[in-house]
Unconditional design. Structure first.
Length: 363
């Protein structure tokens, strides 16, 4: 009797709305059309190193389309090539990649589907180069993965940030205040730019365009003079002043990318208040952008990505991830992802759009 195909799914890195929709689509496609057996590794690459997994039956992936987070659990720290083991207060790092390969061989895996951001997909690429059959699905609210025009989770994060701006607008106007909303995005300003446009932000600050605090103060004062006695500023957590540095919230020693950004909103708020004398408040939206149910767009998009990944498993298109280019699902080499993150290019059409409606980038 022919052995059933066995495919494992893993979710790595920060969670985001739509991961469960991808898990559901990959698993349903494999079970329905390829009679495959599907398993899920627990807590990202931790599960792969420690061989912790569970079977995903059809009923396990039914009813999870709208659910936030990931039913498999995830980790932003676990990396088989630099696996952190705590020794007292210190961490020691071990290369566990050979254990991982052995675990997968023992399980007789035909493919490992990695749903992850640039870090997790970079690891997936190394595992592929070391002999594992891997297919990737790009995931992050930051929208900063190379080789794809869009990542699922981004639309949901932008919707949440936009609602926050709308709410800040009414209170800013009532109190004649400057309101700052700090959004996530890591080293890319996609969330700030999109939510800033959607919410009609007066000033949008992004990592790609270092700002000048004097320009921001001038603009806020000028609006005040014209009778617009409030201003809305949307700032990306990775934004920095010209010649200056990002604001770091914490360092996570065990993580390969140890810097966690955050706090620029408060720094900026103080500077604006000092420079203009106008009352200023800052709000950090934080992990609210990653939690909860995906938007309708993200549900459709994530389902499409999952179905395409299922196709790629069937075709044995290993070492590739599914991407979106000009509205079409495409197969992109995972080597691309390892080259770094996708920030906003200077010629991005959205920058022109924001400028057209008088939005300042603080320069
Ligand atoms: O990559 C997703 C992301 O939410 C970034 O936008 C943010 O910088 C980071 O993760 C936050 O990480 P953590 O969950 O470790 O605080």
């Amino acid at each position: 009797m022919k052995r059933r195909k066995r495919v494992a799914i893993l979710t790595g890195g920060g969670d985001c709305p739509g991961i469960n929709a991808v898990i559901r689509a990959v698993a349903k496609k494999l079970i329905n059309e390829q009679n495959a057996e599907v398993i899920g590794f627990k807590d990202g690459y931790h599960g792969l190193v420690r061989n912790r997994h569970r079977k995903l039956k059809y009923t396990d992936v039914s009813g999870i389309l709208t659910l936030g987070g990931t039913i498999l659990g995830t980790s932003k720290i676990a990396n088989p090539y630099r696996y952190a083991v705590q020794n007292g207060k210190k961490f020691e790092f071990k290369d566990m990649s050979k254990t991982v390969i052995k675990n997968c061989e023992k399980l007789k895996l035909d493919c490992l589907v990695c749903i992850g951001g640039d870090g997790s997909l970079g690891i997936a690429n190394r595992l592929f180069e070391d002999g594992l059959p891997v297919v990737g699905v790009p995931k992050t609210i930051d929208n900063d993965i190379r080789g794809t025009d869009l990542t699922f989770g981004f639309d949901s994060a932008v919707s949440i940030a936009t609602e926050a701006i709308d709410r800040l607008h009414t209170t800013a106007e009532s109190h004649h205040r400057v309101m700052i909303l700090e959004v996530m995005g890591h080293n890319a300003g996609w969330i700030a730019l999109s939510a800033g446009i959607a919410g009609g932000g007066d000033i949008i600050l992004m990592p790609e365009i270092p700002y000048d605090i004097d320009v921001i103060a001038r603009m806020v004062r000028a609006r005040n003079k014209k009778g617009r006695r409030f201003s809305i500023i949307v700032v990306s957590e990775g934004a920095k002043p010209k010649g200056g540095n990002v604001v770091i919230k914490r360092m996570v020693e065990a993580s390969a990318d140890s810097i966690r950004l955050g706090g620029i909103g408060f720094v900026l708020g103080k500077q604006i208040e000092d420079a203009t004398g106008l009352e200023t408040r800052a709000v950090v939206l934080g992990h609210l952008q990653r939690g909860g149910s995906p938007t309708a767009f993200d549900r459709v998009f994530a389902t499409g990505l999952g179905a395409k990944a299922g196709d790629m498993v069937e075709k044995k298109k290993f070492g590739y991830m599914v991407g979106l280019k000009k509205g079409m699902f495409v197969e992109v080499s995972l080597k691309n992802v390892a080259k770094g993150s996708r920030t906003i290019p200077a010629n991005a059409p959205l920058l022109k759009v924001a400028k057209a409606v008088g939005t300042s980038f603080g320069v």
